[in-house]
Design a protein around this ligand. Sequence first.
Ligand SMILES: Cc1cc2nc3c(=O)[nH]c(=O)nc-3n(C[C@H](O)[C@H](O)[C@H](O)COP(=O)(O)OP(=O)(O)OC[C@H]3O[C@@H](n4cnc5c(N)ncnc54)[C@H](O)[C@@H]3O)c2cc1C
Length: 424
Amino acid sequence: MSTHAPSYYAASGLPQPDRPALQGSVEADVCVIGAGYTGLSSALHLAEAGFKVVVIESARVGWGASGRNGGQLVHSYSRDIDVIEARHGKAAAQALGGMAFEGAKIIKQRIAQYGIDCHFKPGGMFTALSDKQVRQLEHHKALWEAHGHTELEMLDARATEAAVGSRRYKAGLLDHSTGHVHPLRLAQGEAAAFESLGGRIFELSPVTRVDRGETAVVHTAQGQVRAKFVIVACNAYIGDLEPQLAARSMPCGTQVIATEPLGDRFPDILPTDVCVEDSNFLLDYFRLSADRRLLYGGGVIYGARDPAHIESIIRPKLLKTFPQLQGVKIDYAWTGNFLLTLTRLPEVGRLSPNVYYSQGCSGHGVTFTHLIGRVLSEVIQGQAKRFDAFASLPHYPFPGGRLLRVPFTALGAAYYDLRDKLGI
Ligand SMILES: Cc1cc2nc3c(=O)[nH]c(=O)nc-3n(C[C@H](O)[C@H](O)[C@H](O)COP(=O)(O)OP(=O)(O)OC[C@H]3O[C@@H](n4cnc5c(N)ncnc54)[C@H](O)[C@@H]3O)c2cc1C
């Protein structure tokens, strides 16, 4: 637990201060558990608002999904605004739709305000592999435009090939307002920003228990934080800390490989330097790093077992997209866990009047976690409207419980994967 997963990101992160483990008793207005984006974003918003905030992290800042992900800033939610409207009504769709494009703005603003060196590059693209997916992208564009997001451009097959350097795609939807980052550097930069405002982060301090009460008490092996408010921000790595949160969600693994730097070879690969994700149910996502490595991710392992041979899972996917990279050397391969909910929508709420949580943002977590950090800071300051819009969505336990949720979900995914393979 003490070191980062052996990723390209860990090898190229920002220099870090020595942060202590929690010892003894500490007082705070807010104690945040987990130093991923959910925790750090909340902590930074609250510190900016003048709160005394303490962050407690099991391992290191950005050790979880926030320091291992694809780095792609993807708008909206894992179930889009039209699905929210169909399931939960117009009011919910309007409330959540109004926030669907805020996360990326917060990230870009943070980068500019605090001078975070996280290799931000503009532009993100969704690609279509079948006619059905082309129609989905067109629908997607119209939907987002109806909610005020107009920086979108539909590309035909030739323009998509020119932008990506792969012949696989029938179309692409380019979002000019997003982009991609070195995710661990973003987390580390936000931690530094938080600390520059007087915030304190304790690392290597797994929280073992949260005692509820007017003053909540957050316990670690060697210390405790007494706080007026607590935010539980542990996502897929929560373990047994809050069993009711674990029961409503399922950790899933996804893997990424990083090639050797491509240098001036293969100038046709991602010449526009945007990040890309395809539209399959089990999707592939890729982009170039600042030193021109191809970072390629894909696949989902329900239940988040660590796979033995990541390269053998991901390299064939990479070669299907970029056959010109046959024989390229893979320098890094790693896995990380995100959290799935049954509805595929994030779960936000209270465990008691002053203990808040947010979890389960699936593959849209980079932007969503930044949005929800602001929303959690608002509710702690007494403005509940936007928090209530999320908290009023229903949460369901996974069918089959801990034992059967993996095979049940994998069966459903296999069905959708087959449909993608058949292009139907
Ligand atoms: C490989 C991969 C690729 C992805 N790609 C993308 C992408 O390109 N775009 C996108 O939008 N999303 C992507 N995601 C999803 C996204 O990374 C996550 O949704 C997001 O980072 C979740 O942030 P978080 O802060 O909620 O959780 P995490 O970053 O996982 O942080 C949780 C933290 O809580 C800590 N913790 C857990 N239990 C305790 C405890 N008891 N005490 C103290 N601390 C504790 C953990 O150590 C961890 O640091 C990807 C995820 C993975 C794994």
